[in-house]
Structures are given as structure tokens and as C-alpha cells.
Design a protein around this ligand. Structure first.
Ligand code: SF4
Length: 370
């Protein structure tokens, strides 16, 4: 059966990279003059040649986002279920070779964490876990979904790649969206960072969004871990993936996230630095290419950047996040996956969104409408 892999194999990393860096200001001006844009245009908007046009790009990005999404920001919080993991990913605090205490939340602990998130006002939760097949598997995820399903109208998951049948079961159980990041589309570099465990299989991960799409999940979230490879080339491949998925599973909604590599215990520093201006350019390029794409900004990003990016393309934001299992109340000292950057309270972030003239939205839809 056809999957993204057959599209991906038609492209060469070095050629795409050369094309991005050879783009000219004349090409940028031609792309900016268009009213609809394709992937070739996205490539030009990613280029260094587009940086002097950032102000113009940000203005259009703001207008397009306002037209499609209104002046709203969807609010969500991650709920880390487990830091057990059988993979070695050299940038992650949960990596198997990191000798730390492991923890997987029990039902009663999940409920305690949920109580805190509900008190803070959240109605959209993102369940996150490492990849430990004996303990944190499909049965565990189905049970966790059952435990929390009456407390949240939107449940998203960011867990290990699963089979199509397992995604179908999650969909049945009430999971609304699934996030899976390729981390990097550079195959050799991928091998270097993912040295052991199921995640070292590049192709299985690459075809995961196809399995999610076939299972009928409402929304798929993609992204690359910014800092592993050249962000421009990696982002082009991420957009190529999105483009393929949107054409293949056209009833599904899509989101993109921009995780920049953050410090974590026992991990490697970024290989490529992406500054705030670069990230703003990337967000604008996505929006100018794709008006329907949801754009998510997490607490990995710093306060100043998050404040400024609210009116420039953003459609959802996390707040008050903890990246360790039990981090809200059960076990605040357990190992975190990475250090968050924006440590402000949920109320402070909601207030900033309001001051920017936007409305923080806690409940997007009701499952009874599905
Ligand atoms: S990135 Fe995911 S799979 Fe890799 S070590 Fe961390 S939790 Fe495990």
C-alpha cells in the first residue's frame, strides 16, 4: 500500500538544501505577490533570502490567521504519564541510558494530576509517555483515556508509534488527535541520535502518520526537533509530509509544532542553533503556504518569544506545563523530559493573551458533536 515513504524517496536532502540556499530576493518577491502558494513557494519563504522580508511576511501571516481562526488561542496542557523508555535518544532526559528513577502513573495518580489541571481551567489535555512496551502500551493508553475521558472534551496523545488497529482503538476510546514528530528527516543524522530501541527504525516512524490517517483520527500533528539538523531543510521535508497527508487523508485536520531542542539531564546540546528570528520566519512561511494549518507553541519557548508570537500565526498554546510524570502534584521531583522555558502560571499566560487582544479558548468542541 502506498505511503509517504514512496514520495519521500523521490527527494534528495542535498538538492533541496542547495535550492533553499540559492533562492534569491527576486523569487521571494514573486512568491510574496501571490495569493495562493505551493510547496515550491514554501521553499523560497524558508530561505535566507526571505529574512529581510520578515516584517511583510509577519503582517500577512497575522491577517491570514485572523481570517481563518479569529483572534483565539486554544489552551492545552501536557499530562506526562510515564518516563519509562526502552529507546536511546541522545537528546532526551527519558533515554534508556539515563540512570534515573522511572515512574508510570497509576489510575489514582492520574486522577490527582487531572484534578489540578481541571482547577487550572484546562479542557484539552495532551497525554505524553516514553516508549516502554511492557508497561506503557496500548492497554495502558486505553485505560488512561477511560480514566480521564469525562474530565476533558479534547484528548490528544503524543506517545510511541502504534499500529493502525491500535490507533483505531484509541479513536474509538475518544482520542481526538495524535502527535508524532519525525525529529529529523535526514536519515543518517536520525541514526546518530536514535541509537537503540524501536525508535531507531526511521521508516516505521516515517509511515506512522499514514497509519493514523487510515485509522480516522481527527487531527494529526507533525514537527521536527529543531536543533538536530539544518532547520530549513528539515522543515521543507516536514511540509512535504504534511502536503502528502493533506492530499491523501483530506478529511483530517493538521497541526505543526516547533520544538526547539531544550536542555535535559544527561543529553547532548543542539547541533544547529535556531534563533527567535529564524523561528518567526518558519512560522510565517508555514502560514503563508497553508492557511488551514494549526500552529502550536509550547512552553519550551521563552516568555518574550511567546508573548510576541501570539498575533503571528499561533492557534494553540500550552501553559503551566510540567514535563515529568506526576509533575503537577503527585511527584514534582521526578525526572523531566526537558526543561521548560516559560515558567509563568496559567493565569499569567491567559492574561497576556487577553492583553494582546486575543481570547484564550479552553473548550474547542464537545465530543457529543462528533
Ligand atoms: S524522545 Fe521519546 S522515545 Fe526517545 S528517549 Fe525520549 S521518551 Fe523515549
Amino acid at each position: 500500500m502506498k505511503t509517504f515513504k514512496s514520495t519521500f524517496e523521490q527527494y534528495n536532502w542535498d538538492e533541496i538544501q542547495s535550492e533553499i540556499y540559492a533562492s534569491t530576493s527576486k523569487q521571494v518577491e514573486q512568491v510574496l505577490a501571490k495569493s495562493t502558494r505551493n510547496l515550491d513557494d514554501f521553499l523560497v519563504l524558508l530561505s535566507p533570502a526571505a529574512q529581510p522580508y520578515l516584517e511583510q511576511m509577519a503582517q500577512e501571516c497575522h491577517e491570514l490567521t485572523k481570517k481563518r481562526f479569529g483572534k483565539t488561542i486554544q489552551m492545552y496542557a501536557p499530562l506526562y504519564l510515564s518516563n519509562e523508555c526502552q529507546n536511546i535518544c541522545t537528546y532526551c532526559g527519558f533515554s534508556l541510558d539515563n540512570k534515573i528513577k522511572r515512574k508510570t502513573l497509576m489510575d489514582s495518580e492520574i486522577k490527582q494530576e487531572v484534578e489540578v489541571l481541571k482547577t487550572l481551567g484546562f479542557d484539552h489535555v495532551l497525554l505524553v509517555a516514553g516508549e516502554a512496551n511492557y508497561t506503557v502500551n496500548i492497554n495502558y493508553f486505553l485505560n488512561a483515556t477511560e480514566v480521564i475521558k469525562n474530565d476533558f472534551s479534547t484528548i490528544s496523545v503524543e506517545v510511541q508509534p502504534l499500529s493502525q488497529e491500535e490507533y483505531e482503538r484509541l479513536h474509538e476510546a475518544g482520542v481526538y488527535s495524535v502527535l508524532v514528530y519525525q525529529e529529523t528527516y535526514h536519515q543518517e543524522v536520525y541514526k546518530k541520535y536514535h541509537t537503540k530501541g524501536k525508535k531507531s527504525n526511521f521508516d516505521f516512524r516515517l509511515d506512522t502518520p499514514d497509519r493514523i490517517g487510515k485509522a480516522g483520527i481527527h487531527k494529526i500533528g507533525l514537527g521536527v526537533l529543531l536543533g538536530l539538523e539544518d532547520w530549513r531543510t528539515d522543515s521543507y521535508f516536514n511540509a512535504l509530509h504534511l502536503d502528502y497527508l493533506q492530499k491523501t487523508y483530506w478529511q483530517t485536520k493538521y497541526s505543526v509544532s516547533f520544538p526547539r531542542l531544550r536542555p535535559a539531564e544527561g543529553t547532548v546540546p543542539p547541533n544547529f542553533i535556531m534563533d527567535d528570528k529564524d523561528l518567526t520566519q518558519l512560522i510565517c512561511a508555514y502560514r503563508l503556504w497553508n492557511e488551514d494549518l494549526e500552529i502550536s507553541i509550547s512552553t519550551r519557548e521563552n516568555e518574550k518569544f511567546r508573548n510576541n508570537i501570539i498575533p503571528i500565526g499561533t492557534t494553540s498554546m500550552s501553559a503551566g506545563s510540567k514535563t515529568n510524570p506526576g509533575g503537577y502534584v503527585v511527584d514534582p521531583q521526578s525526572l523531566e523530559q526537558f526543561e521548560i522555558s516559560d515558567e509563568r502560571s496559567v493565569a499569567e499566560i491567559a492574561n497576556i493573551i487577553t492583553l494582546r487582544g486575543y481570547e484564550p479558548v479552553w473548550k474547542d468542541w464537545d465530543r457529543s458533536y462528533k
